[in-house]
Design a protein around this ligand. Structure first.
Ligand code: ZN
Ligand code: ZN
Length: 379
């Protein structure tokens, strides 16, 4: 309870704190000692708490730092989303302006069909899952449902928390089955949008790998020529995996761009190819590692937060000679079926390999069900 200063002053006079101020023992004037006693009572009445410990003090002292970090992350979320859109759009533009004409002019019809079909399918999957991941609410606990089962009370929201729910300091609210707050989505990853987040990471990685492999020979050739633009030395033919991955027409093992002098258009094409290859290879490695990490977590039936909690719990029980069992682990394959929403075999095509807006199993509040059974898998 917070008291107003006038009530505290009134309390001071009522409990007669003045006699406690020892006259003569201090050289300070009486009015200063009265003021000091008044301030002491005010501070203690406002901040005294029998449950206060070092963690509370630490959190209170660093609250401005946490607030600043959360505020900056929240603000930069919009910048990061714009950055993702701009970078992906630039790669798509280069693919259409530089790579597509090359494919159409030099490839066999079968390779042309393959590149156009795969490239557009991958692009649609990236765009769809990114849009859904940013726009879909991760899921919040209801504020008025009194019969909701809960395992704890959030100290920030002062509201009951269902199992797997955690508080996000950036969103400033509790999130159902919270995984993490993603600044690249400017959204929390939780129960209702985790599949979109993972699918976006997966298809973005596949897209980067596709660009890296398809553009490898073009990159090597452009990089070599870009390095020797000033000396105007002729480029050497680059031999590589062109035939294998479909960059070059079958039977052609060497690729050589026109000899110098280069026009402005040639230079821009060289720079674009180098930019595309460096960006996609860098993002592909980083996002690929993140995707593999999340795939491991999904196989274990854990979120990123639960990974730390379960690890501590596993160590604690191991010291007592007991084995920790994750209650949300239904078996590796079943974990994937639950995560992807696969209830029958055709769903692997319609819900995984094609854009799908289906909702996940359950409401994110209760987890005491076995969502996937073997007899639920008709063809
Ligand atoms: Zn909360
Ligand atoms: Zn959040």
């Amino acid at each position: 309870m917070r008291w107003c200063p006038s009530s505290v002053l009134h309390l001071l006079r009522c409990v007669r704190l003045r006699p406690c101020i020892k006259r003569g023992r201090s050289r300070l004037p009486v009015w200063m000692r009265e003021l000091w006693a008044y301030m002491s009572v005010v501070v203690q009445s406002l901040y005294f708490n029998s449950l206060t410990d070092s963690d509370v003090v630490f959190d209170s002292v660093f609250e401005p730092v946490f607030w600043t970090v959360d505020y900056v992350t929240r603000w930069f979320g919009t910048v990061f989303v714009c950055l993702v859109v701009i970078l992906v759009s630039s790669i798509v533009l280069i693919a259409y302006i530089v790579l597509l004409p090359l494919v159409l002019n030099t490839y066999s019809p079968a390779w042309i069909v393959w590149h156009i079909c795969y490239g557009h399918w991958n692009l649609v999957m990236i765009a769809f899952h990114y849009y859904k991941a940013t726009k879909t609410s991760p899921g919040y606990p209801p504020t008025e449902k009194n019969d909701m089962p809960f395992v704890a009370v959030c100290k920030k929201c002062i509201m009951p928390k269902p199992a797997r729910t955690h508080h996000c300091g950036i969103c400033n609210r509790c999130i159902l089955k919270m995984d993490h707050h993603c600044p690249w989505l400017n959204n929390c990853v939780g129960h209702f949008n985790q599949r979109y987040f993972f699918s976006f990471c997966l298809f973005m990685t596949l897209g980067c790998v596709y660009c890296v492999i398809s553009g490898r020979n073009l990159f090597l050739d452009a990089y070599y020529r870009f390095k020797h633009l000033d000396t105007e030395k002729p480029g050497v033919p680059v031999t590589g995996m062109g035939v294998l991955i479909g960059l070059l027409p079958p039977g052609q093992t060497n690729y050589q761009t026109p000899a110098p002098p280069y026009t402005f258009r040639d230079r821009m094409i060289h720079k674009s190819i180098i930019y595309m290859w460096v960006l996609t290879s860098t993002v592909g490695v980083a996002l690929g590692a993140l995707t593999i990490w999340h795939a491991v977590l999904i196989s274990r039936g854990e979120t990123s937060i639960e990974r730390h909690i379960n690890s501590k719990e596993r160590q604690r029980l191991a010291k007592r000679g007991r084995v920790y069992k994750n209650p949300y682990h239904y078996g590796r394959l079943n974990n994937w079926k639950v995560f992807l929403g696969v209830e029958k075999r055709s769903h692997w095509l319609t819900r995984v390999l094609l854009p799908s807006g289906h909702t996940p199993h359950g409401d994110g509040l209760t987890w005491d069900f076995l969502p996937v059974k073997k007899d639920l898998m008709p063809v």
